[in-house]
Design a protein around this ligand. Structure first.
Ligand code: HEC
Length: 338
């Protein structure tokens, strides 16, 4: 695996982007315009997310199982430290906490800590950077399955294969080969956010190009779609209540573990449901994205139970459900920190 993040701005983030728009406090006058999709702050967040996903390939039970992977992880955390230091003066608020959290990641990686510890440290640093720089780690609307299908066939299938098996002529000529989304071991390390980052920045040292010419919404559609592809033909069991934020940032492994902790009878089948159905459930017209989580659950349940309701009735229910969701919003937010 090669994922080399350059410090140079990503070609000025071709096509100003909305997905990672600034929010919260206004930056000081000296700071650059709001950090955007493809910015260095986004790059730092992507890098931390990447280390969280790939560190388990390098170290197992305190032992280095792949020296090349380990060397790469050490290199990345060093890079994350200098990126954070470079970004600190541009932050809207003091970045001491971020610097400390990134240093913590580095010392754990250098100390060959357990994968779960490193992942947790990476998530803490990532979440701090997301807050500090006003980034987003989820789409601003539900992913569109129809759009993703068309874009995938047009831009990705040539290398990754129509069904995600990377079984094409082009793929056979590439080293490293394109990711096989249907390989469960690969999928376990992938989240839509990570796929989104690969689409934004490309994967240096491989044939995976940057697709930053696509809009953020299009990249998110594709990011969710490749995770969906991986689960085709699998048994699914739903509905399951998972927020869009969690769907976006959790790898399959993390989601399976979370669902197991919550008592899901068959966590693997529940993840298959989330990736195939839950992520793409539409909210009734006029309902904001924050409310689609609950509505997604509701509609999933209706479908699951084979009940058909009129659109009007569903909307009434959605409104009722909204109140309940607001009350559980705090729990959802706290659960975002993995
Ligand atoms: C020219 C060939 C090519 C095309 C076209 C291509 N990819 Fe890739 N892609 C690759 C290769 C090669 C890798 C493997 C990189 C590696 O080993 O880390 C890859 C890796 C990925 C990954 C995994 C990144 C990670 O962090 O592990 C994702 C997700 C991905 N591609 C999505 C897409 C999508 C979506 C499209 C279409 C918009 C696309 N790719 C188009 C060659 C391609």
């Amino acid at each position: 695996m090669k994922f080399i993040f350059n410090m140079a701005p990503a070609a000025a983030a071709v096509g100003a982007c909305l997905a990672l728009s600034a929010c919260g406090a206004a930056p000081p006058a000296a700071a650059p315009a709001s950090p955007r999709d493809g910015s260095d702050a986004h790059r730092l967040v992507a890098l931390l997310d990447y280390v969280a996903g790939d560190y388990p390939r390098a170290v197992r039970d305190g032992t280095v199982v792949s020296p090349a992977e380990y060397e790469e992880q050490v290199h990345f955390v060093g890079e994350a430290r200098s990126m954070a230091a470079g970004l600190a003066p541009t932050a809207a608020a003091p970045a001491d906490a971020l610097l400390a959290l990134v240093a913590d990641v580095e010392s754990r990686v250098r100390g060959r800590a357990a994968a779960a510890e490193v992942a947790q440290a990476c998530r803490a640093a990532r979440d701090e950077a997301v807050q500090l720089f006003g980034l987003r780690t989820m789409p601003t609307r539900r992913p569109s399955l129809a759009d993703a299908r068309g874009d995938y066939a047009q831009s990705c299938a040539v290398c990754h294969g129509a069904g995600g098996d990377a079984d094409t002529e082009r793929a056979a000529a590439l080293d490293p080969p394109p990711t096989r989304f249907r390989d469960p071991a690969r999928r376990d390390d992938l989240s839509p956010f990570r796929a989104y980052n690969a689409l934004t920045f490309g994967v240096a040292g491989t044939a995976m190009p940057s697709f930053d010419g696509l809009s953020p919404a299009e990249r998110w559609d594709l990011a969710f779609y490749v995770l969906r592809l991986g689960h085709e033909d699998e048994a699914e069991r739903g509905p399951v209540t998972v927020t869009l934020a969690d769907m976006a940032t959790r790898t399959d492994r993390e989601m399976k573990e979370a669902l197991r902790r919550e008592g899901a009878a068959d966590p693997a089948a529940a993840v298959a449901w989330v990736r195939r159905e839950g992520a793409f459930l539409e909210a009734p017209t006029g309902v904001g994205i924050d409310r689609t989580i609950a509505i997604g659950w509701l509609e999933g349940r209706q479908r699951f139970q084979g009940r058909r309701r009129s659109q009007g009735r569903r909307r009434v229910q959605a409104r009722r459900f909204d109140a309940r969701q607001r009350s559980c919003g705090r729990r959802i937010n706290s659960r975002q920190r993995l």
